[in-house]
Design a protein around this ligand. Structure first.
Ligand code: ADP
Ligand code: MG
Length: 370
């Protein structure tokens, strides 16, 4: 359906963002693009529907070279819907009118026809009750679902999503991802730039890892998330699996830390109970490890394989004994920690030999009354 060869994009300020992008996308594929920010993911999407003009290479859509000046770009864009981070609804139009505008103007549909289809699509995204509401009456998640329905109203052959959930309150991410998942199940061809890794893994047929202006690795979700072949992919995947925080002193910023922990838990759809246990564990652990001897590095990790959550603390150099055989230790905190964890392990880091404590949360800690 889409064939990209040696695609390049250099912005007028001289910045070469896309260096050499090559790929073929088939009908029915769901491709998630992941990668560090600033590597050209948005630029790539925007080149695909000519919102940006490539400075080199070729993009064939159904065999037609869209970079050629002879191509009717408006026609091409109608086949390629795009959903952005910001919803871009027409604020002065009702929801249903937002959906009808383009089909009437650009596809020449009658009002009745456009409205009938619009209501069908609103039903599909769960918002038929809001047909006559104004955009300002909707939540961010609802607006984004309207934006998706509006895109579908043009009967696109492919939809490009650029971080569709990045601007949303965390509680609204799932409702939007749910709609995209439904579209995937219906066989819609989609390219999705996203930071939602769990979602990308579940919904995609293929993952592109983009880095430094190229598709650096292209593979199945199993390969990219489970066993990436390239070094930089591996580093990226390992980094996003962790939530890291450095504690400099006992006066650390508790709210920032807790906020980060919650964000991480929500990214992986951990239950409320697990989120609570993670917060509790961190809080109690920080009561019993010394925070006045140097930086304590904290890493929260989620292993999707066994669905296990573990907390790793790397102690400052010189600290050798914690949690064990300490007379001054807070017994209650220790009891809570032992109640929450199925396993507590002590290691030393390979390079500097610093003490590292690895605590693995029990699956159902509260049932286990010790
Ligand atoms: P990503 O989506 O992967 O974060 P982008 O495609 O948005 O990356 O941007 C890649 C790089 O191009 C960034 O360094 C960004 O600042 C730059 N860039 C994006 N748009 C423009 C523009 N219109 N003009 C100049 N530089 C741009
Ligand atoms: Mg971007």
């Amino acid at each position: 359906m889409i064939q990209v060869t040696h695609l390049q994009k250099q912005y007028s300020n001289g910045l070469q963002v896309l260096r050499d992008v090559n790929t073929t996308i088939k009908r029915g594929e769901v491709i998630s693009i992941i990668g560090p920010s600033g590597t050209g993911k948005s630029t790539f999407l925007r080149c695909l529907n000519m919102l940006e003009t490539p400075t080199g290479g070729q993009i064939l859509v159904n065999g037609e070279d869209i970079t050629s000046p002879k191509t009717d770009i408006t026609k091409i864009r109608q086949k390629m819907g795009m959903v952005f981070q910001s919803f871009n609804l027409f604020e002065h139009l009702s929801i249903i009118d937002n959906l009808c505008l383009a089909p009437i103007r650009l596809l020449g549909k009658s009002k009745e026809e456009a409205k009938k289809r619009g209501l069908e699509l609103l039903a599909m995204v769960g918002l038929v009750e809001k047909a006559d509401a104004m955009p300002s009456q909707l939540s961010g998640g609802q607006k984004q679902r309207v934006a998706i329905a509006r895109c579908l109203a043009m009967d696109p052959e492919i939809i490009l999503f650029d971080e569709p959930t990045s601007a949303l309150d965390p509680t609204m991410v799932s409702e939007v991802l749910g709609v995209i998942k439904t579209l995937a199940q219906q066989g819609m061809t989609m390219i999705i730039v996203t930071h939602e890794m769990r979602f990308a893994r579940d919904v995609s047929t293929r993952i592109f890892y983009m880095d430094q202006g190229v598709i650096y690795e292209d593979g199945t979700p199993e390969q990219i998330f489970g066993n990436p072949l390239q070094e930089r992919t591996r580093v990226f995947i390992n980094r996003i699996r962790d939530y890291r925080y450095t504690i400099h002193s006992a006066q650390y910023d508790l709210y920032e830390l807790q906020g980060g922990l919650i964000g991480f838990c929500q990214k992986y759809f951990l239950s409320e109970k697990k989120q609570f246990n993670v917060q509790l564990l961190v809080e109690e652990v920080l009561k019993v490890v010394p925070l006045d001897k140097g930086d304590v590095e904290l890493a929260l990790r989620y292993s999707e394989k066994g669905e296990k959550v573990s907390l790793e603390l790397t102690m400052p150099q010189g600290v050798e004994q914690v949690l064990e055989n300490d007379e001054n230790i807070d017994d209650l905190a220790m009891m809570i920690i032992q109640g929450l964890c199925q396993n507590i392990e002590y290691q030393h880091t390979e390079d500097t030999g610093q003490l590292r404590i690895c605590l693995t949360l029990k699956d159902k800690p509260l049932k286990d009354k010790k």
